[in-house]
Design a binder for this molecule. Structure first.
Ligand code: FES
Length: 148
């Protein structure tokens, strides 16, 4: 394993053991619940938006190490992003974790550490649960969004 792979593993472990932005925002602009029916894990994302920019985002719920680390990284990476930046980033992240060869010039930052998920197709839903939830929250979907 290369040093870089080691580092990425460390990053995922660190975020799963010490999730950032864990909790619920008071009076959020929008929020949504996500559900992975394959394992029963649930997540809630609450978001504060001002002038089209994500000012704050928090998550809560229980999930596996991958889903927790992915949600934690999502909250860090999405703070300060414009709403219209979310979709292209999600598409790039989805391509990364599914191993798609779609070309993108989007810098995924810490999210790039999730690339190893592409070797484990069953875990793609773990890595994307928080992203589906984020999209549902921004689209103000009332029903619980499922990864299926
Ligand atoms: Fe449930 Fe990963 S096993 S989200």
């Amino acid at each position: 394993m290369s040093d870089l792979e080691d580092l990425y593993q460390e990053l995922i472990l660190d975020h799963s053991r010490h999730p950032r932005n864990f909790g619920h925002i008071e009076k959020p602009t929008c929020e949504a619940q996500g559900y992975n029916p394959l394992c029963g894990d649930k997540i809630n994302l609450s978001i504060k938006i001002q002038d089209g920019v994500i000012n704050d985002v928090k998550f809560e719920g229980s999930g596996c190490a991958i889903s927790t680390a992915a949600a934690s990284m999502l909250t860090e990476e999405m703070k300060g992003k414009k709403i219209n930046e979310v979709d292209p980033i999600f598409q790039a992240f989805h391509s990364l974790v599914t191993g798609s060869d779609k070309k993108t010039d989007i810098d995924l930052g810490k999210l790039a550490s999730m690339e190893g998920v592409k070797e484990f197709p069953m875990r793609v839903k773990c890595a994307t649960l928080s992203w589906h939830t984020l999209k549902a929250a921004l689209e103000k979907k009332e029903e619980i969004v499922s990864t299926e």
